[in-house]
Design a protein around this ligand. Structure first.
Ligand SMILES: Nc1ncnc2c1ncn2[C@@H]1O[C@H](COP(=O)(O)OP(=O)(O)OP(=O)(O)O)[C@@H](O)[C@H]1O
Length: 266
């Protein structure tokens, strides 16, 4: 059996807020193998981003353990790439230099960093746009730059927090396909999303979290064949069956979260 690359063992995270201590995630136990694509869904505000912060080392757990490659996470682990809703594109650098910035920061010599960046700019479909500046790019093109910025570092773990949620529906589907094509099992991915369709279309497993404090409610294996075309696969009976099953589980938590929000607002 392959050793997990990411492991949360009974991880709990508490925050001190204005009205006392609140528990964001509680007794979270998740194990992810190398190259596995895991989507995490749950109601709004349940603790999905906090889960990513634990794995990225941005937040230490209050109790329990978080391990990357079998070692407890202390600080930001090496080999982890990120992609968030807001990209980290530098407006004063052109496309090529934006993609080369990460390797340069890690100490890769300039010529090598630019050569690697050029390869990734091409792979994400931006050949010819190397000298463009971010303000000259569309939303989808910016996402391609962000994808290249992440993948140029050859991460073995990619943490994604709703990376495509600000895109229009068509560009979003295009980027989902691009992500699957470029990822192709090369890294373990945790993909946080509000969108259950997106979760199922992309992932090998979909983890449903409970309303806050988040803990694992259910863990579904997605046995849809790869390679996938995200727009085609959504129309298949197998997809709709899985969707119904997971939505039944998620719906209860969404209802609990809404009830909690109404009570706290009253
Ligand atoms: N640094 C912090 N300090 C205090 N409370 C925090 C902190 N980070 C998160 N929280 C709280 O923890 C809970 C979970 O937040 P989190 O952002 O992880 O949820 P989420 O599921 O990602 O939310 P969304 O669905 O809105 O993206 C929320 O109640 C939030 O206010």
């Amino acid at each position: 059996m392959t050793q997990p690359v990411i492991e949360l063992r009974g991880a709990t995270k508490r925050f001190r807020g204005s009205s006392g201590i609140m528990t964001a995630v509680h007794d979270l136990t998740i194990s992810i193998r190398p190259g596995e694509f895991v989507a995490v869904v749950g109601p709004t505000g349940c603790g999905k981003s906090t889960t990513l912060s634990l794995v990225s080392g941005l937040e230490p757990p209050s109790s329990g353990e978080v391990l990357v490659d079998g070692a407890p996470v202390r600080g930001i682990p090496a080999g982890v790439g990120y992609m968030f809703q807001q990209d980290a594109i530098l407006p004063w650098k052109n496309v090529l230099d934006n993609v080369a910035a990460g390797p340069r920061f890690r100490g890769v010599p300039k010529a090598r960093a630019r050569a690697d960046a050029a390869t990734w700019v091409e792979r994400v479909g931006l050949a010819g746009f190397e000298a463009y500046y971010p303000h000259q790019l569309s939303g989808g093109m910016r996402k391609r730059v962000a994808l290249a910025q992440t993948l140029v570092n050859e991460p073995k773990i990619i943490l994604m927090d709703e990376p495509f949620s600000a895109l229009d529906v068509q560009t979003r589907a295009l980027m989902q396909d691009e992500l699957l094509r470029l990822w192709a099992g090369t890294a373990a991915v945790i993909f946080v999303t509000h969108d259950l369709e997106e979760a199922i279309a992309l992932a090998d497993r979909v983890i449903v979290l409970t309303a806050v404090p988040a803990t694992v409610k259910a863990d579904f294996t997605i046995n849809l064949p790869r390679p996938r075309d995200v727009e085609e696969i959504r129309l298949t009976t197998a997809f709709l069956d899985i969707y119904r099953e997971i939505w039944d589980s998620l719906r209860e938590e969404v209802a609990r979260a809404r009830k909690g929000a109404t009570l706290s607002a009253a």
